[in-house]
Design a protein around this ligand. Structure first.
Ligand code: NAD
Length: 273
């Protein structure tokens, strides 16, 4: 039986672990070959959780191959547009085409407003905004050249829909991602390329672990009136990466062929106001 993404190729950034790995596993299970990009090494020092490794990225590639699809893994920093373009050009040359981009890589370093350093602000914008833009710039022309249309999914956050306290830089970066998706949608629509942002709430990944929780809790302790403003509407408060991958699979497939320039929230209702 033909699968929804049979014969297609997807570029996924931040694919070494967490949501990016879940997207690689899911899209390959639906028939796509995968170009898996990740820094797979030290994240900026402002990031309060562990960095992924080359082994993590290799494990994602193995999981894709276990689904019977091809995987090309590239350890690349999305802030480096030349390196990213080089890796994507080579992988698309090897796999023959590109149909889907999932710009998923991102960082988050929570702090109260007066403790965010210029370096942390710059790291967040460089990765989440410039890196996302670099990803589209490295891949979109290949989709245009294929002449078959495609789907570009920019991973934002509930913090791109409403404000997230103790994350001014992250909130600014994810609002930029939401706007970037809409703006790219306007110009790429003529090539039948759809561009949407996908905005998760809390997801159980390494980003939400370690010193991240302590950093958020210590900020919240100083601002008791802000506690409770990110409560979910549904009983379950945290999604699994596979729950977000369900939405990625839908946006990547022809089932969403008339969906573009939208911001899809999979956030358990935290972004409702
Ligand atoms: N976890 C959450 O609660 C949550 C909520 C909303 C949105 N998000 C967003 O979802 C996306 C995926 O995050 P996750 O939860 O899987 O976190 P994660 O930290 O587990 O995975 C993110 C991946 O991005 C990679 N990455 C970061 N900077 C990079 C760079 N410069 N170049 C290449 N790769 C880089 C990391 O190495 C990592 O493997 C991010 O954009 C994040 O902002 C996460």
């Amino acid at each position: 039986m033909s699968q929804p993404l049979s014969g297609r190729v997807a570029l996924i950034t931040g694919a070494a672990r967490g949501q990016g790995r879940a997207h690689a596993v899911r899209l390959s299970a639906e028939g796509a070959d995968i170009i898996a990009v990740d820094i797979a090494g030290p994240l900026p020092s402002s990031v309060p959780y562990d960095s992924p490794t080359l082994d993590d990225l290799a494990e994602t590639a193995d999981l894709v191959r276990a689904n019977g699809r091809k995987a090309i893994a590239a350890a690349v920093d999305i802030r480096d547009i030349d390196a990213l373009k080089g890796a994507v050009d080579q992988a698309v040359g090897d796999l023959g085409r590109l149909d889907v981009i999932v710009a998923n890589a991102g960082i988050c370093c929570p702090s109260p407003w007066d403790q965010i350093t210029p370096q942390a602000f710059r790291d967040t914008i460089d990765t989440n905004v410039i890196g996302t833009w670099n990803t589209v710039m490295a891949g979109a022309q290949h989709i245009v050249d294929g002449g078959r249309g495609g789907s570009i999914i920019l991973v934002g956050s509930a913090a791109g829909i409403k404000m997230q306290s103790f994350m001014i830089h992250y909130t600014a970066s994810k609002h930029a991602v939401v706007g970037m998706a809409r703006a790219f949608a306007a110009e790429l629509g003529r090539y039948n390329i759809r561009v949407n942002s996908l905005n998760p709430g809390a997801v159980s990944t390494p980003m939400g672990t370690g010193r991240m929780r302590e950093a958020l809790q210590s900020a919240a302790d100083d601002y008791p009136h802000l506690q409770g403003m990110h409560k979910p509407l549904l009983p379950e408060g945290i999604a699994q990466p596979e729950d977000i991958a369900d939405a990625v699979a839908w946006l990547a497939s022809d089932q969403s062929k008339f969906v573009t320039a939208t911001q899809l929230s999979v956030d358990i209702g935290v972004g409702y106001v």
